[in-house]
Write a protein that binds this ligand. Structure first.
Ligand code: HEC
Ligand code: HEC
Ligand code: HEC
Ligand code: HEC
Length: 452
């Protein structure tokens, strides 16, 4: 295609997908069909009956999917503003609520009042939404294609030995399957690109073949009561939903092991350190979900016998798009100019990580080919350099032993760090510091002997 034809094609594609997206909202008969009073509040479910589940859910991100600061900032400052400032993006923010506060979507309360106003939209992904889901439309669960049946019948994976004094329970196989989660954990952008594919990654990976569901890791089974007056089962499903915001869940996700190619070296000699990174914990890729925001990176340092520190840069492998997986000083995210209403906005640094460190990520690109964190503005994906479930990635670090090094034992340490949101974006948008704090995933150490 010539570049003019390409531009024309992209323009038509934008117009088409923009309209298609809008039409989906308008034609969605669920949108605005219900009233808030058709749904129970989590307090109602959890104050005297499901007390423990309520407390577990309240600690999880599910209960904050609408109110959490970064969600509020991205929704109002970027998504809603983008819809207002760019006619092709009209209505794009409606869909956010289908997953983040499904009741608001189903009642047509869009955009919902700000979290500080304390409306029922703040209930986010509440008990009743998940327990009135009856199925999903089509073959693939994605983009909140749930079907719902609000009312006195609750849907779950077990009828139970004791009857509920409050509601009927209808058996739903779906609730014990990963597809249930995929309804909100797979997302396609208006440009038809998979911008969230946690369930699809799981499906391709080893855990689905062994029958291990999302629930097995995020709603683990324990001997526990389902309700204050309910039965105790050996395999009650805890409502932990612990994920990237839970330090204990991300700790040790990747195992590290490093070895040198020789055990003794003299100044000037090259030594190659090989690092193996094994994903032992996730059922999908790491990172997954909000991949546009998340980065994991490895920092390798050598320390000689006198405590002098040397930074080891990763050896390039030479694959296409590798530049996005090695920390640099480039700028990105220029597309925020439109929602921020700042035509002079030149972007911010792509990441704020020591130059030369390997980054495990997948970049998202806007229609102009620039890297973006606005997943709804994603027209293509870059190289996928994340670590798959039970995958082992190998990295090498060639280090020419410096001439001024102190003889004796040289320790070499590799640390894998993780950030929920790339720091320069977080700082630009005033996102609370905890959202870009560095979490250590794991570390390992090896040593060699340096002779004078
Ligand atoms: C109605 C939509 C919906 C369904 C169904 C759903 N989720 Fe979520 N889930 C969300 C949203 C929205 C978030 C994001 C919260 C936020 O804003 O960070 C989320 C976040 C999470 C997190 C991340 C927590 C963290 O600490 O970052 C985990 C884990 C999770 N869900 C697991 C599951 C599992 C397992 C299932 C299936 C049993 C499931 N979800 C079903 C909407 C849903
Ligand atoms: C993100 C969706 C989601 C949310 C939110 C949610 N649940 Fe559940 N719940 C499930 C799923 C899925 C199961 C069944 C898991 C399975 O069988 O693997 C379940 C199971 C249950 C069970 C039966 C447990 C058992 O072991 O038989 C009860 C009771 C329950 N939920 C109550 C609640 C209450 C109360 C809340 C709110 C405090 C809540 N749920 C919030 C998805 C959800
Ligand atoms: C074998 C265990 C396992 C299975 C199966 C599994 N997960 Fe996870 N999941 C993890 C671990 C460990 C983490 C924490 C590391 C991370 O953030 O990726 C995690 C993280 C997450 C996160 C947060 C990711 C982020 O970066 O914000 C979400 C959302 C999630 N899982 C959803 C799911 C869904 C949906 C399924 C099923 C399709 C699923 N998980 C299956 C272990 C599992
Ligand atoms: C198909 C369901 C779905 C749609 C539509 C959706 N989201 Fe999400 N969103 C999720 C899930 C699930 C997560 C959690 C993924 C994870 O933990 O990595 C999430 C995570 C996020 C996060 C990161 C939260 C964090 O704690 O780091 C932000 C911000 C966000 N979404 C904003 C939006 C905005 C704005 C829109 C609309 C333009 C939108 N989402 C549309 C399901 C959805």
């Amino acid at each position: 295609m010539t570049s003019r034809a390409k531009i024309l094609f992209i323009t038509i594609a934008i117009l088409f997908t923009g309209t298609a997206f809008k039409l989906i909202q308008e034609a969605d008969e669920r949108f605005g069909k219900y009233k808030y009073k058709d749904f129970e509040t989590p307090k109602y479910c959890g104050s005297s009956c499901h007390v423990q589940f309520y407390q577990q859910w309240d600690q999880a991100m599910m209960s904050k999917a609408y109110t959490h600061e970064w969600d509020e900032i991205e929704y109002f400052k970027l998504a809603v503003a983008h819809s207002e400032n760019d006619p092709d993006m009209k209505g794009v923010h409606d869909g956010c609520n289908g997953c983040h506060t499904p009741m608001a979507y189903l009642t047509g309360d869009v955009p919902p009042p700000r979290p500080e106003e304390g409306s029922r939209a703040n209930e986010s992904v509440n008990c009743d939404i998940c327990h009135v889901i009856t199925g999903y439309e089509g073959d693939t669960p994605y983009n909140f294609n749930y079907t719902v049946d609000p009312g006195q019948t609750k849907y779950s994976s077990r009828i139970g030995e004791k009857e509920s004094p409050n509601h009927e329970i209808k058996l739903s196989e779906l609730h014990s399957k990963a597809e249930f989660c995929g309804i909100c954990h797979n997302e396609k952008s208006p440009f038809d690109v998979w911008v969230k594919s946690t369930h699809l990654e799981w499906k391709k990976g080893p855990y689905s073949k062994e029958g291990v569901q999302c629930q097995d890791c995020h709603m683990p089974k324990a001997k526990f009561k389902t309700a204050e007056m309910g039965a105790t089962y050996d395999n009650t499903r805890l409502h932990l939903f612990h994920g990237a915001h839970s330090p204990t869940k991300i700790a040790g996700v990747i195992e590290l092991r490093m070895n040198p190619d020789i055990q003794e070296a003299v100044p000037g000699e090259p030594v190659v350190f090989t690092l193996a990174l094994f994903n032992q914990k996730t059922g999908h890729k790491f990172p997954t979900g909000s991949v546009e925001d998340r980065i994991a990176w490895v920092h390798v340092e050598a320390e000689d016998a006198d405590g002098n520190i040397y930074h080891l840069k990763v050896d390039e492998k030479g694959f296409e798009g590798e530049e996005y997986t090695i920390a640099g000083t480039d700028t990105a995210y220029e597309d925020m100019a439109v929602p921020l209403d700042d035509p002079g906005f030149k972007g911010v640094r792509r990441e704020d990580v020591p130059v030369g460190d390997r980054i495990f990520r997948m970049p998202y690109f806007d229609p102009q080919g620039r890297m973006t964190i606005m997943q709804w503005n994603t027209d293509s994906l870059g190289t996928d350099y994340r670590i798959g479930p039970r995958e082992t990635k190998m990295e090498t670090y060639t280090f020419n032993i410096p001439y001024d090094v102190s003889p004796g034992k040289m320790k070499v340490r590799a640390v894998m760090n993780y950030r929920l949101l790339v720091k320069p974006v977080a700082v630009l948008l005033n996102v609370p510091e905890e959202e870009y704090a560095i979490h250590k995933i794991n570390e390992t150490e090896t040593e060699i002997e340096i002779f004078p």
